[in-house]
Design a protein around this ligand. Structure first.
Ligand code: G3P
Ligand code: CA
Length: 336
């Protein structure tokens, strides 16, 4: 039996449930990022143990073209790169993943996210920034997929993956092409068709179309939609959520991942949630809706608490899934 066939056998037993979810899906956003430094393998193993339906990977390329799992294009907010590699910043003061080999990146200690403007922890109540180094590293995409598939097998429960191609236009401006590097890896791990437990996501509309067209991606695709302003490829997200835009998205993708504010909002303190018609209009053209990001410690403006946010998303807006930093709490709501 080939290594690939083992996860396939396991996947076959749960695919019907993933294809037709009886309840909304919970995507562990950057792993169990409320509890452990984001995108570390321990955060991914913990998310798996918490029961997350899908686990997210943000993907950027190293200098030697290795896809690693990291949210930012630069290393400064979550590692000790400035101390370990003095003099390697670009003129903007940031140390870019693209300027470091994998061997160099493996030397970095990952810690809880820091707000680079204030120098303080982004989320002060989370994993302590002053904790002793725990040997946490930036994983490669392949290392993470191997870990998750091993956990799928050893636990008998399949968690899907939710990879995001980060900033493809920026990478291509630097002469690099993350999508071309990532797609063969996803295929090798058995994720390259619509039955596989995988949603490939991107903020750039031109890249979503390219993935489906020029690059021939046959798996599920999700178009991410920012809360305001144009995307990095110049796309007008307000147009993308219009009926015409949604129809265009439905021609190439299976879902949208809008910012929370495009689905629910609270006009004032004490006011009830206001739900937009985006979910209904997206569903009318066959698109699933997976908004981002549920955070108990960073709620939408005027939203009083996490149960209220969950109720608005799941019970009022009736979304198909959410990205959550607190997958256990979001799962508790959808399992009621
Ligand atoms: O990909 C969904 C959500 O993660 C988008 O926001 O910035 O956390 O990648 P970001
Ligand atoms: Ca993401």
């Amino acid at each position: 039996m080939s290594p690939r066939s083992i996860p396939f056998l396991l996947l076959a037993s749960v695919l019907p449930a993933l294809a037709q979810p009886a309840r909304p899906l919970v995507v562990a956003h950057r792993g169990s990022s409320a509890y452990l430094p984001e995108h570390t393998l321990v955060a991914k193993a913990h998310a798996h143990a918490l029961g997350a339906d899908f686990i997210e990977q943000d993907i950027v390329l190293t200098k030697d073209d290795v896809p690693v799992v990291l949210h930012d294009l630069y290393l400064d907010a979550v590692t000790d790169v400035a101390r370990r590699f003095p003099g390697r910043a670009r003129p903007d003061g940031r140390h870019y993943v693209l300027d470091f080999t994998l061997a160099e990146i493996r030397q970095l200690e990952v810690r809880e996210r820091m707000n680079l403007r204030t120098g303080e922890a982004q989320y002060p109540a989370r994993y302590p920034t002053a904790a002793a180094p725990a040997g946490l590293r930036i994983p490669t995409l392949e290392e993470e997929l191997a870990l998750l598939q091993a956990l799928n097998r050893s636990t008998g429960r399949v968690a899907g993956i939710y990879p995001e191609i980060k900033a493809p236009r920026w990478h291509r401006d630097q002469g690099r092409d993350p999508s071309r590097v990532v797609l063969p890896i996803l295929a090798r791990f058995g994720y390259a068709d619509k039955q596989a437990p995988c949603f490939l996501q991107c903020f750039e509309w031109e890249e979503v179309r390219r993935l489906r067209g020029e690059l021939g991606w046959k798996g599920r695709l999700v178009q991410l939609i920012g809360g305001s302003g144009p995307g990095a490829d110049g796309i007008d997200y307000d147009w993308l959520v219009s009926d015409a835009g949604l129809k265009a998205v439905a021609g190439v993708a299976e879902g949208i991942g809008p910012a929370l504010g495009r689905v629910v909002s609270w006009p004032a303190a004490g006011a009830p949630a206001q739900v937009t018609d985006l979910v209904a209009r997206a569903r009318a053209v066959g698109l699933a809706v997976h908004p981002y990001t549920v955070r108990r410690d960073d709620l939408p403006k005027h939203c009083p608490d996490l149960p209220t946010l969950h109720a608005a998303l799941f019970d009022q807006a009736r979304v198909d899934g959410v990205f959550s930093d607190f997958p256990d709490l979001s799962l508790a709501h959808v399992r009621r």
